[in-house]
Design a protein. Structure first.
Length: 405
């Protein structure tokens, strides 16, 4: 089994957005190349936004001589660029200020290309609601605690926004290029960062159905009002090109090349986090009992974004709840190790990035109170199983590594 610190170091190295930009883009005096595509520019506007904003803005300021570079971040200031501080996961007045400033810049005649560097977290960090901010904050707070997946959450957000779902670029005639670090299973560009540079395939009808599902009549009424005022979100953006430069699967693939007896189960793990943990444990049990789908020793690699329905006021997140599901299901005596890690360094409302488990088998009744109070990190704190890294400056979702000896 690889040591925990070594494997975390590998994950973060392979998740580095600066390195991904270096691999994906060739900057020349007269423009930039992405694969076989070339974009002519002498004076680009470069906007970096999301949890990886600092590292992506650093790349931009180092590579371009005549660019205006803007970074919307959570506190990291990048030398030589216009820094705008914002918030996550909650929308704030800073989010609105960021959106207004970006809108002002993209409508300026000073720039011949609009280059956006987008990573997860941008959805909250850049926002201009079409409803009163305090109402939007309440709605967003409820959405992120509801157990809804990110597609449904962003479907609602886009239909209450003046900038999401491609609205910010619906009338621009300039070329827009977006380089994206994906934190969304399946790499749906209309969902990553709220789809700020992508046309929106969802509709008000979809958003209203979600409001009805969670029983929020005020939200439904707001959606109907904004629909009447703004009309539907753009379904086509002719001048916009989006490129995924880094995602969860790329990280898993590089890990698989280095870890012995390893195989990838998938990069789109979803559903309730506790149930996802039980699912992973059931595979471990099968390997132990029947050598299916792989004989031991084996290393299972997974990624994704399980959901959490917040029930209480405790401290928890996807990875701590997944860990609870795992240790209540894995067969007693199975020799295993599990690392559940959030690549942005923050899991849920905790200061932790995840959990590192081994030699733990518990009954569900013993952890029931922790789940019901959404206080799952309290359980792992007592057992000294928490991973703490602080903010990592990237976000390609969660990585799960399971060793079976």
């Amino acid at each position: 089994m690889v040591e925990e610190n070594e494997i975390l170091s590998k994950i973060l190295r392979y998740s580095d957005p600066y390195a991904a930009l270096e691999e994906s883009v060739r900057v020349r005096r007269d423009g930039l190349s992405i694969g076989n595509d070339f974009y002519l520019t002498k004076h680009p506007l470069i906007v970096s936004l999301g949890k990886a904003s600092h590292k992506m803005a650093k790349w931009a300021i180092e590579k371009f001589e005549n660019a205006k570079v803007v970074s919307v971040s959570l506190g990291e200031k990048t030398p030589g660029v216009e820094n705008i501080l914002s918030t996550h996961p909650n929308v704030s007045e800073n989010s609105v200020r960021a959106a207004l400033r970006i809108s002002e810049l993209i409508n300026s005649d000073d720039y011949d290309l609009l280059l956006f560097l987008i990573s997860g977290g941008a959805s909250a960090m850049v926002e201009n609601p079409a409803i009163p901010l305090e109402d939007y904050i309440r709605i967003n707070y409820r959405l992120i605690r509801s157990g809804l997946d990110i597609w449904k959450i962003n479907t609602v957000r886009k239909h209450l926004s003046l900038v999401k779902g491609g609205r910010m670029f619906s009338s621009t005639k300039k070329q827009v290029v977006s380089l994206i670090v994906s934190d969304v299973p399946g790499d749906d560009v209309s969902t990553i960062g709220g789809g700020i540079t992508a046309p929106d395939p969802t509709s008000y009808h979809d958003a209203i159905r979600i409001a009805e599902r969670i029983g929020d009549n005020q939200l439904k009424n707001f959606l109907l009002k904004v629909q009447a005022e703004l009309g539907e979100t753009p379904k086509e953006l002719k001048n916009v090109r989006n490129y995924i430069i880094l995602n969860n699967f790329k990280v898993l693939s590089r890990l698989a090349n280095e870890l012995s007896n390893s195989f990838i189960l998938g990069s789109e793990l979803q559903g309730e986090a506790v149930e996802a943990g039980k699912f992973i444990a059931s595979i471990v049990n099968s390997i132990h009992d029947y050598k299916v789908p792989h004989k031991s020793p084996a290393t299972l690699l997974l990624g994704g974004e399980p959901d959490v329905t917040v029930r209480g006021k405790g401290v928890g997140g996807r990875n701590s709840e997944l860990g609870i599901g795992f240790i209540t299901t894995v067969r007693k005596g199975v020799n295993y190790g599990l690392i559940a890690f959030a690549t942005d360094g923050i899991d849920g409302n905790s200061d932790y990035a995840g959990v590192s488990l081994g030699d733990m088998w518990v009954d569900e009744v013993d952890v029931k109170d922790y789940l019901e109070s959404s206080n799952t990190y309290a359980y792992f704190e007592v057992n000294n199983r928490c991973i703490k890294t602080g903010s990592t400056g990237t976000n390609v979702n969660n990585i799960y590594i399971v060793y079976i000896k």
